[in-house]
Design a protein around this ligand. Structure first.
Ligand code: BES
Ligand code: MN
Ligand code: ZN
Length: 503
C-alpha cells in the first residue's frame, strides 16, 4: 500500500479527487464557513452523527466534495487509540466497495494532531484494508492501493508518519507469511524470504540446514524436525545500524511451519490453525523489513528456528531424551511441547553475540490463550529494565503485553529422573512452566519471552494473522536507538558512574 502525507485543511480535503474521503471528526468539532464543514456541523446538530469512535455517517455525491463518497468517522478525543478505532471502522465500511484511492483527513483538531495518532491512522488503514492474496489471487482486485493522510501540519508529524509506513511494510510481510498455508510456507521458503531481506542495505542473512545444525549440536531442535520430510532451517539475520562493537538486541522467533503435535498428536478440529505456529518467526521477518526502511542506529540480530512438527516412523517419541546445544539433556515427555525445544537451542546460539538483550517470540502455549485471551501477549522476564521497556513499548504501540510470574517454584514439575529437565510439567500454569523451561537456557543474558499464542492470529470468520507483536518490538527498538543517541558512550569511563538503563 502506498501512503502520502499532506498538509490539508477541510477545504483542501474537499477538493481532493480521491475515490473515498474519510473525515476523522474529533470531539468539540466547530464548523467553519466552508460547505463540507457545514455539512458535518449539521449532521452533528441533527443528531445523525456523533464524534464517538466507531460512529460513521456516509455521504454520496455530496456537492461540497470532489470525492464521490465521504465517510464521517467519529474520532473521539483524537488519541492514537480512538483514531485507530475510527480508521478501522471507516476503512472497514468502504473496503468492499470500489474505492482504490482513499483520503483520510483529520478535521476540527484546531491544528493539533499528535504524531502517535497519525502513526495509528496509517497502521489502522493498512490493517483494515489488508487482503490475503498469495493463494487467492482473485482477491487482488479488492485492494486499496493509495492512502492520502491529511493533517494540519505535515512537517510536525513527518517522523511518526514515516515510522508508521515502515511498520506497515513489516506488518504486511509478517501477515503474508503467517497466513500462508504450511505447503506454501515451508522452512526453506521462510529462509528464502530472509535471504531476500538480507540483500537490503544494512542487512545480512545466513541460512543453515540440517548438516550445520547437527554440527552445532542442536539436538533438541533436530529432534522436533526429524519427523518431517521438510528439512529444517536455522536463519540468522543481522541488521547493523551502529558500530560493530555495540552489543546487539537478539530477537528469536519460533518458526514451526506446521504443528501437528507430533506423536502426541493434536485433535483434528482447528488443527489447520497450527500453520500459524511460525508467527513468532514471521514477526522477526517483519521487524527486519521495517528496520531496513527506518535504519535506526542500533544493532539487531534475528534468529529463526524453523521446522515442521510431524508424526512419523522417525519422529521423536514421548520419553526420548535428547541433548540440547547447551549440553542439558531433555526428556521429551510430550512431543507437542515442541516450541520450547527449538527455542532452547536458538537461545543457546544467541549467547555468541554477547547480546544486550534477547527476546524470544513464540506461539508457545494454549495456556497463555486461556490466561490472557487475545488482548495482551504474555511477557516473561526476570530482568526489570527489559520488562519495563517492553511493557511501555506495548502500551505506546497499542500492542500491549502483560507481565507474568517466573517464581522458581513453577519449575518444580519440570524435574525428571531421566534427564536434566523434562519438556512439560503438569497442566497448571502451563504458560509459566514453558517460560521456566526457556529460562534455563537464558541465564547468560538479559532475557524476555513473549508468548503470542493468543494475540498472533484471529480465529473464526476473521481468521488470519494480526502481525502482533511487530508494533511492540519496533517501538521497543526505536526507543532504544533514540535513548542511545542521548547517551553518547556506554563503554567510556565518563559514562560508567552514571547508570543509564537502556535495555
Ligand atoms: N503451538 C502450540 C501452542 C498453541 C496452542 C498456540 C493453541 C495457539 C493455540 C504449542 O506447540 C503446543 O502445542 N503447546 C502445548 C503444550 C503442552 C503440550 C504442554 C499446549 O499448549 O497444549
Ligand atoms: Mn505443539
Ligand atoms: Zn507449537
Amino acid at each position: 500500500m502506498n501512503f502520502e502525507l499532506k498538509s490539508l485543511d477541510l477545504a483542501g480535503a474537499a477538493s481532493d479527487p480521491c475515490d473515498a474521503l474519510i473525515l476523522l471528526v474529533v470531539d468539540g468539532f466547530k464548523p467553519d464557513k466552508t460547505a463540507l464543514s457545514g455539512c458535518v456541523g449539521d449532521a452533528i446538530a441533527a443528531g445523525d452523527f456523533e464524534t464517538k469512535p466507531g460512529k460513521l455517517l456516509q455521504l454520496y455525491r455530496n456537492p461540497a466534495a470532489a470525492a464521490p463518497r465521504v465517510v464521517l468517522a467519529g474520532a473521539g478525543d483524537g488519541s492514537a487509540r480512538q483514531v485507530r478505532q475510527a480508521v478501522g471502522t471507516a476503512v472497514g465500511a468502504i473496503k468492499s466497495g470500489p474505492a482504490r484511492r482513499v483520503g483520510i483527513c483529520f478535521v476540527g483538531t484546531r491544528g493539533k494532531v499528535s504524531g502517535a495518532a497519525v502513526r495509528a491512522a496509517v497502521l489502522a488503514a493498512a490493517d483494515a484494508s489488508y487482503v490475503y492474496t498469495s493463494t487467492k489471487p482473485s482477491a487482488e482486485s479488492r485492494k486499496i492501493t493509495k492512502v492520502l493522510v491529511g493533517v494540519p501540519d505535515a512537517a510536525a508529524v513527518q517522523a511518526e508518519f514515516r515510522h508508521g509506513v515502515a511498520a506497515v511494510a513489516g506488518v504486511e510481510l509478517t501477515k503474508e507469511w503467517a497466513n500462508r498455508p504450511a505447503n506454501h510456507a515451508t522452512p526453506a521458503m521462510l529462509a528464502d524470504v530472509a535471504r531476500a531481506l538480507g540483500k537490503r542495505p544494512g542487512l545480512q542473512c545466513e541460512v543453515m540446514g540440517p548438516g550445520e545444525v547437527a554440527r552445532l549440536g542442536m539436538g533438541a531442535f533436530m529432534a522436533v524436525a526429524q519427523g518431517s520430510h521438510e528439512p529444517l532451517r536455522f536463519i540468522v539475520l543481522k541488521y547493523q545500524g551502529a558500530a560493530k562493537s555495540q552489543a546487539p538486541v537478539v530477537l528469536v522467533g519460533k518458526g514451526i511451519s506446521f504443528d501437528t503435535g507430533g506423536i502426541s498428536i493434536k485433535p483434528a478440529s482447528e488443527m489447520d490453525e497450527m500453520k500459524f505456529d511460525m508467527c513468532g518467526a514471521a514477526s522477526v521477518l517483519g521487524v527486519f523489513r521495517a528496520l531496513a526502511e527506518l535504519k535506526p542506529a542500533l544493532n539487531v540480530v534475528g534468529l529463526i528456528a524453523s521446522c515442521e512438527n510431524m508424526p512419523d516412523g522417525r519422529a521423536v517419541k514421548p520419553g526420548d531424551v535428547v541433548t540440547s546445544m547447551s549440553g542439558q539433556t531433555i526428556e521429551v515427555l510430550n512431543t507437542d511441547a515442541e516450541g520450547r525445544l527449538v527455542l532452547c537451542d536458538a537461545l543457546a546460539y544467541a549467547e555468541r553475540f554477547k547480546p544486550r538483550a534477547v527476546i524470544d517470540i513464540a506461539t508457545l502455549t494454549g495456556a497463555c490463550v486461556v490466561a490472557l485471551g487475545s488482548v495482551r501477549s504474555g511477557l516473561f522476564s526476570a530482568d526489570e529494565p527489559l520488562a519495563r521497556a517492553l511493557l511501555a513499548a506495548g502500551e505506546r504501540a497499542l500492542d500491549p503485553c502483560w507481565r507474568m510470574p517466573l517464581d522458581d517454584e513453577y519449575a518444580e514439575g519440570l524435574k525428571t529422573n531421566f534427564a536434566d529437565v523434562a519438556n512439560v510439567a503438569g497442566r497448571a500454569g502451563g504458560a509459566i512452566t514453558a517460560a521456566k523451561f526457556l529460562q534455563r537456557f537464558s541465564s547468560r543474558f538479559a532475557w524476555a519471552h513473549l508468548d503470542i499464542a493468543g494475540t498472533a492470529w484471529k480465529s473464526g470468520a476473521a481468521k488470519g494473522a494480526t502481525a502482533r507483536p511487530v508494533g511492540l518490538l519496533l517501538a521497543y527498538l526505536l526507543d532504544l536507538a533514540a535513548k542511545e543517541a542521548l547517551t553518547p558512550s556506554k563503554t567510556g569511563k565518563s559514562a560508567s558512574k552514571k547508570i543509564v538503563r537502556t535495555r
